[in-house]
Design a protein around this ligand. Sequence first.
Ligand SMILES: Cc1cc2nc3c(=O)[nH]c(=O)nc-3n(C[C@H](O)[C@H](O)[C@H](O)COP(=O)(O)OP(=O)(O)OC[C@H]3O[C@@H](n4cnc5c(N)ncnc54)[C@H](O)[C@@H]3O)c2cc1C
Length: 413
Amino acid sequence: MDLPPDSTTLETLPLTGRVHVVGAGPVGLLLTALLQSIEGFSVRLFEKRPEYTRTRMVQLESYLMADSVESYRVDAIDGDSVEAIFDPSELERRLAFRQSIAPDLSALLKTWELGFCPLNSIERSISALIEARGKDVERTEATVTAEDAIAMIQPGEILVDATGSRSLLRDHLVPGTREAEEDANTVKVRLEYALVITFLYGQPYDCNESCKYYKNIENARYKFIPMVHRTHYDGSVSHVTGIVSISAEEFEALPSRFDGEWLRANLPEVAQSMDRFIDKVKEETHGEILGDLEVVRIPLDLYRARNATNRQWLAAAPSEHPFATSLVFLAGDSAIGSPYFQSISLGFECAMFLAGLIAQRDLPLSDMLDRYELYIYKQWLRVYMRSKMIKHNKDLFESLDDPLAILDKLHIY
Ligand SMILES: Cc1cc2nc3c(=O)[nH]c(=O)nc-3n(C[C@H](O)[C@H](O)[C@H](O)COP(=O)(O)OP(=O)(O)OC[C@H]3O[C@@H](n4cnc5c(N)ncnc54)[C@H](O)[C@@H]3O)c2cc1C
């Protein structure tokens, strides 16, 4: 390969207009659809799953389609952090990009902001939209390895890793190691271990903080805490998702996913807490559980990529490695992950920001990388503060009937 003459690779690198997106989950798809509307780009999209099967219900945060800085900051916990972290002009630029989104895509985003919707219907709708537009996207069903991804990229091309929390390339973004070292480029904060329990209920049911308290009043150890805004009535059925905190030892001993019957047989104390909670819901609203409980055990991790681009490769001495002559970005869960389930909106916002940067063809490449890194870092601060706040509130909630235990958890000036 002909290398640029000196270490100013970045300044001499012409962008070709070819973008490779690995991972057609919600974020890879949205990015692809956004780039499809931008003149002069073609996208190669890779996805390993032949079908979209994830049915969990998600809702987009209202800030995602906000039309003013005030409405962007409407969330009680998040709004203050946003104001502290982002300059108004940054938010204005972001809002302006949103307003430029093509009407077909914008209409879909607005629908998903209104109510809950299964994840796979978001994935199917954006896939269908990309296909219906019929231009500039070549989609391939394949499991891409890190080696494949590195080999496919030519000088001046862009590679976006949108492969989710187990990112394909995150730990390859730091030069100096031949093989990627696990977590070489990942900062991780483990907040807790939890069971995520989901059930359907045949009546409208909503839950606020006092409901969480009173329905758990006899549950000293295992409290079932429905997520913030996580009960949703779709006209005939309430979809309820919540978490129960468990210990690291319990986490290790459990299978990754199981049902209510298994829960009763193997974790009777958790099952009794759930029964007490559900009985109180039934007393109030006279409905029945539809089907069984679905239980998944997960570690609630907050993480970020230290480098969300290949900036370090480009700054290092000239090299034959493809990352030294191309642009690589991590997007969505690949770059940042937060528990407590607000991530799809973060990922969508990330796709919008990246598409907006890529569209600015006259932007020096070093600026493009720097701006993206700064953006991801600021989003990390936002996510970190929000997640720590929720965890702290949860910890206090667990001890609400024990003033001494609460005082132990408070750090007041
Ligand atoms: C139990 C659970 C509940 C959740 N609930 C919510 C919620 O209510 N609200 C919310 O906002 N978020 C929720 N989330 C998080 C949300 O689902 C994610 O933030 C979102 O799916 C991230 O999108 P993504 O496109 O970045 O990654 P993913 O959705 O993980 O998509 C990555 C895609 O890349 C593909 N891929 C991976 N590796 C390769 C490879 N090597 N080659 C080719 N393709 C590859 C995968 O098949 C997948 O399609 C939840 C997550 C979990 C686990």
